[in-house]
Design a protein around this ligand. Structure first.
Ligand SMILES: [Zn+2]
Length: 376
């Protein structure tokens, strides 16, 4: 089962160093989870992920439910064996994907009815089905189905989502069968402090193995997100792991850790790679730019990743323009190396109680946009 232990808390903020013990290994926190939407972290092999230091990845229930189907993955012996990933896996509940990808969706207390974005087939996703699918996948951590309002949404709609998410969370707990799988509840409430408080109180009173903060990083201004974390995190039990969903930009990682969040996921490192961008200590580097045509230095001096040890900016630029798959792979490897190292450095700073000094240094290094295009 899942065990979480806080090793050390910063003397100057709510930032904390912890260790998450899962059935598939130990994960030091704060941790970043690379996203394997289709049971694959796009273009990066499990062996490479291990070499990069990833201990836990995220897979998407909505996608795997539609294709290849949970019955195929269960027959393969579960998701770990199916995709040959020995580390820990967290599966989302599908709630967010149904809202963002499913067509003709209709949400009622029963569940959410939608049409598949692949073949138009109709499905009813219920809290019980989200539990059953994730138990068939056999992830280490399963998420409760939540009602995710779009952003921006009227306060009445967000209040309805808070009420429904709590109702579904109770049903999720009742449907739980697999003792080797942990369940996390999700706090909703949009950008309203009173609704965030209400959601945090109702979800934590049900009692889960960990808690996620959902419905943020969906387009709201960053200060608003930080305000919501300030409201929500103190209401979550200190001894349980805290997860902020859909966050992977370095500055937001710093701000959320400072406010007491432990784990994160985002498609950002592999998504920006597809747009020909590298993440570096100085900010994003647009590798496709003409400026690098004759630049035979690595993406980042001092980076120990396979890409930086062997390939130049000029070569990576060439691969991007020639649309060679290797270019995407090499950029993804570097971006994941960058972000996983960023988290490792953050943990080292927390161990020495030097988080604030380390964060100030990270901010000083970023010139312009630290991150890449868009957020989340
Ligand atoms: Zn590198």
């Amino acid at each position: 089962m899942l065990e979480f232990r806080v090793i050390k808390t910063s003397s100057r903020s709510r930032a904390r160093l912890g260790v998450l013990q899962t059935p598939h290994g130990e994960v030091m926190t704060p941790a970043f989870m690379p996203v394997g939407t289709q049971a694959s972290v796009k273009s990066v092999s499990p062996r490479e992920l291990l070499e990069l230091g990833a201990g836990i990845i995220l897979a998407n229930t909505y996608h795997l439910y539609l294709r290849p189907g949970p019955e195929v993955i269960a027959a393969a012996g579960g998701l770990h064996r199916f995709m040959a990933w020995p580390g820990a896996i967290l599966t989302d509940s599908g709630g967010y994907q149904v809202m963002s990808l499913g067509a003709l969706r209709r949400v009622t207390d029963a569940g959410v009815r939608f049409r598949s974005h692949i073949d138009g087939s109709e499905h009813l996703f219920t809290p019980e089905l989200a539990v059953a699918v994730q138990e068939a996948l056999g992830s280490d951590i399963a998420m409760a189905l939540d009602d995710v309002p779009s952003y921006p949404a009227a306060k009445e709609r967000v209040a309805e989502s808070v009420r429904r998410t709590a109702l579904w969370a109770e049903r999720t707990r009742l449907a739980h069968k697999r003792q080797d799988q942990a369940q996390f509840g999700i706090i909703q409430g949009g950008v309203w402090a009173d609704l965030r408080r209400e959601s945090a109180i109702s979800i934590t009173s049900i009692g889960f193995d960990g808690y996620a903060i959902g419905g943020l990083s969906v387009g709201e201004p960053k200060p608003m997100m930080y305000d919501m974390l300030d409201v929500t995190v103190p209401l979550l039990p200190a001894e349980k792991v805290r997860y902020l969903m859909g966050v992977g930009t370095p500055d937001v990682l710093v701000e959320a850790v400072r406010r007491g969040v432990d784990i994160f996921d985002c498609v950002l490192p592999t998504r920006v790679a597809r747009h020909g961008m590298a993440m570096t200590k100085k900010g994003r580097l647009v590798i496709k730019s003409r400026a690098y045509a004759y630049d035979f230095s690595p993406i980042e001096e001092g980076c120990t990743c396979y890409t930086c040890q062997n390939f130049s900016r000029a070569y990576l630029r060439h691969l991007y323009h020639a649309q060679e798959g290797l270019g995407l792979r090499l950029l993804s490897i570097h971006n994941l190396a960058y972000l996983l190292r960023f988290m490792a450095e953050m943990r080292a700073a927390l161990a020495d109680d030097e988080f604030e000094a380390w964060a100030a240094e990270a901010y000083a290094g970023w010139t312009g946009d630290p991150l890449g295009p868009g957020e989340g």
